[in-house]
Design a binder for this molecule. Structure first.
Ligand code: SAM
Length: 359
């Protein structure tokens, strides 16, 4: 029987075999010991505070064709949009007024010059407009706009973005290849993460959990990958089927495993916390798509970041990565109130007016 509690110590890091054992825990008693250990470690290292990152999904135009993703380039049923600079800046300013402290600008992937210029202008204007007594350096800006050249990453960093989220999706080459067309490769994505680190970004990565063909060993390797790359933030969540994607033919298989996938997603948060210690870990929206209280339970398993929806309601339904995405018709104000109650319900507090970087 594995000694779970010892991993609460900062210098006790599970090895690959131990990570596999922790992820394989089945009995409710053992899972509760895992959850409790991760929560205790988080509370000791980072306290009760949960950081909000207002999520602005500013464009669903995408040149990638990931086999799992609802906004993949070849899905012709999607109405494509890009918010105007004013809409993006207004949404960001709203976040600053609410005291969120940080935003995430997320989009599909585009690699043209006009896109790089547009994002740079948005970053500069958001920084300009959100400097205040409460947040003297302006809103913290996380970007999640896919793979770009080192020059583009540098320009966006110089403009004021300081965090970048680029999920690796799976660190196992065969699984990555089964999820993407041949032109989308794992190695350049790993290189992109290294480039971002070198430039000075706080770097976030993560994977989807419950992918067809994915094993516990693959997930253990993903956690070791986070550690090897020295990730500052982790954003991971369950894989959820989108009907208009190539992976939809696994729908019945995935549906039959949904309870297991939800539990595994929670265990991944806890084991990542016990392995990486003081990083930021998000309780993803996809957790809530599976269960109404999914995000709060994510917090109790060791997560400390939530990304409230601030994408304007009129375009939100067009950023449908998977079926059943929650909060499609709640406006940002309703989302804020709902989340504040959810965070309080699990005995945690919201950290307002701060960036909330890795400790
Ligand atoms: N284009 C950027 C990129 O590639 O990093 C950011 C946007 S992308 C839509 C954001 C994330 O959505 C992906 O990294 C992927 O993990 C997640 N995602 C896409 N389809 C999903 C699905 N069916 N279930 C769960 N997560 C999904």
């Amino acid at each position: 029987m594995i000694d779970i509690e010892k991993f609460q110590h900062s210098d006790c890091i599970p090895d690959r075999q131990e990570i596999i054992e922790l992820l394989s825990l089945k009995s409710p008693v053992d899972i509760e010991r895992l959850r409790y250990s991760a929560e205790q470690l988080l509370l000791r290292l980072r306290g009760k505070e949960v950081y909000f990152r207002g999520l602005i999904e500013f464009s669903n135009v995408c040149s990638c064709d990931c086999y799992y993703c609802g906004i993949r380039g070849s899905n012709t049923d999607v109405f494509r949009y890009t918010l105007s600079k004013d809409q993006i800046v207004q949404s960001a300013a709203w976040c600053a007024q609410q005291g969120y402290g940080s935003i995430v600008l997320q989009s599909g992937e585009r690699s043209d010059v006009a896109f790089a210029d547009f994002v740079e202008q948005c970053i500069r204007e958001i920084k300009d407009k959100t400097i205040s007594r409460q947040i003297p350096e302006g809103l913290g800006i996380t970007l999640s706009c896919g793979e770009q050249t080192a020059q583009v990453y540098q320009r966006w960093f110089d403009a004021g973005a300081h965090r970048y989220l680029l999920r690796i999706e799976s660190s196992t080459p065969e699984l990555f290849a089964a999820l993407h067309p041949p032109v989308q490769k794992l190695q350049p994505r790993i290189e992109a993460l290294r480039t971002l680190k070198k430039i000075g970004y706080m770097v976030g990565t993560g994977v989807m959990i419950g992918l067809p063909g994915q094993t516990i060993e693959n997930l253990a390797d993903d956690i070791l990958f986070y550690r090897a790359i020295d990730a500052d933030m982790i954003g991971m969540g369950p894989y959820i089927v989108h009907n208009a994607t190539p992976l939809a033919h696994f729908k019945d298989e995935i549906a039959a495993q949904s309870e297991m996938i939800f539990k595994l997603s929670q265990k991944m948060i806890a084991v990542t916390r016990l392995t990486l210690k003081n990083v930021n870990i998000a309780a993803s929206t996809a957790l809530q798509a599976m269960k109404e209280d999914g995000r709060e339970t994510g917090l109790t398993f060791g997560a400390n970041v939530i990304m409230p929806q601030v994408t304007p309601v009129e375009v939100r339904k067009n950023y449908l990565l998977y079926e059943g995405k929650p909060c499609l018709d709640e406006n940002a104000e309703q989302c804020r109130t709902c989340l504040a109650l959810r965070v309080a319900a699990v005995g945690r507090t919201i950290a307002y007016n701060c960036w909330g970087d890795r400790g």
